[in-house]
Design a protein around this ligand. Structure first.
Ligand SMILES: *Cc1c(COP(=O)(O)O)cnc(C)c1O
Length: 378
């Protein structure tokens, strides 16, 4: 949705990046002057910065979040842990990239309804979807809320499932329960996690970028090779790989912003808490508040079939909004053949959700004013 001349734009990437402008310029100059434009120290430094943040032994910078997910799945195929046609349980209310990665890797997505209050995968719907062909689950930390708990961990252990996190929206989020390896950071809870640094994410590059984080040394090696033509050393190809490398220029842009991740997430949480304490409209349900959420989006539900009316009203009053996502993957034309059970919660949510501005281009005063505008909706 274009923000144009709105008084409260949904997102303005220049103003989001303005606070980092000097470090971004310095980082860009460093890469330009280095003469090294693929791989090298900048990418290695990024890998260790991200691994440290996630408290995981390995991080591998790659081209984008979709490729990060796909490389994990392709990597586990190379390691014999996944096979063509295996089923992967995935929340139905996710961004299409989660599902694309599964089908690109020759695996079968099994979309499941989320819990309506957290809007994340629940153990109950996950358990009902487990079959003899289930090989993995893909928790998606939607809107920045960690989709992980002891019940999910127990199910994953009991059925020996690979846990591949889609942590694209949750950098810096800390889970409330331990992961499979004891680490509590989003992206390091399961066997491997994928991050995206798409410019609109909580920490965004100035272009496309992503990363794989893992506790699994073998997987880290395979992903590294697969992302670089399948080569383990120069001109020696052990896999029929891809070109999915992270550019040093993007590694440098992300490194300039990464030290701010905790503060940046805290600023989002402040705006979220202003919304939650100020919005009081009978047709609006505010999102649940849990300490494991980094508020990639602040998503309200507008009931009584009034969501579109509310969005138009807000736009008339200078407030930009967006919908994440109006059409779930299983209802997209490209997945018209995808088999799935009934998904009433996902379809209800798709008709009710509305994302409010929550980035650094919105102040807490702006959030209070936006909440008051919502409360005046007739
Ligand atoms: C952004 C996003 C992705 C894909 O990341 P890209 O870097 O855009 O490829 C995957 N999953 C989710 C949940 C996302 O929000």
């Amino acid at each position: 949705m274009l923000s144009g001349q709105l008084r409260f734009p949904f997102l303005d990437l220049y103003s989001v990046n303005a606070r980092y402008i000097d470090s971004l310029h310095m980082a860009a100059s460093r890469v330009i002057d280095s003469g090294r434009y693929i791989g090298g120290e900048e990418v290695e430094a990024f890998n260790s910065d991200l691994a440290a943040l996630c408290r995981a032994p390995h991080a591998v910078g790659v081209s984008n979040g979709l490729d990060a997910l796909r490389l994990i799945l392709e990597g586990y195929k190379q390691l014999g842990r996944l096979h063509e046609g295996d089923e992967v349980i995935v929340p139905a209310n996710t961004y299409i990239a989660s599902v694309l990665a599964i089908t690109h890797a020759g695996l079968v997505p099994v979309p499941v309804d989320p819990d309506i209050s957290t809007m994340n995968m629940s153990a109950a719907t996950m358990k009902a979807a487990i079959s003899s062909r289930t090989a993995a689950i893909m928790p998606v930390h939607l809107y920045g809320r960690v989709a992980w708990n002891n019940e999910l961990a127990e199910l994953a252990n009991e059925y020996r499932l690979l846990v591949v996190e889609d942590a694209a929206q949750a950098i810096g989020a800390q889970a409330m329960s331990d992961g499979l390896y004891g680490s509590r950071m989003a992206g390091a809870l399961g066997h491997a996690g994928a991050f995206s640094f798409y410019p609109t994410k909580n920490i965004g590059a100035l272009g496309d970028a992503g990363a794989v984080v893992t506790h699994d040394t073998e997987l880290a090696e395979v992903v590294n090779a697969l992302a670089n033509y399948g080569s383990d050393r120069r001109y020696h190809n052990i896999y029929t790989g891809f070109n999915c490398r992270l550019d040093p220029i993007q590694a440098a842009m992300i490194r300039a912003k990464l030290p701010d991740v905790t503060d940046a997430n805290n600023r989002r949480a402040e705006r979220a808490s202003v919304y939650t304490s100020t919005i009081s409209h009978p047709s609006v349900i505010t999102p649940c508040v849990t300490p494991d959420c980094v508020w990639h989006q602040y998503v309200i539900r507008v009931t009584d079939k009034r969501r579109d009316e509310m969005a138009e009203y807000l736009h008339r009053n200078g407030v930009g909004t967006d919908i994440h996502y109006a059409t779930p993957p299983h209802m997209q034309p490209c997945y018209s053949e995808l088999g799935h059970g009934p998904l009433p919660v996902t379809e209800l949510l798709a008709s009710q959700i509305l994302s409010l501005p929550v980035s650094d281009c919105t102040s807490t005063d702006d959030a209070a004013e936006i909440a008051r505008i919502i409360n005046r909706f007739k």
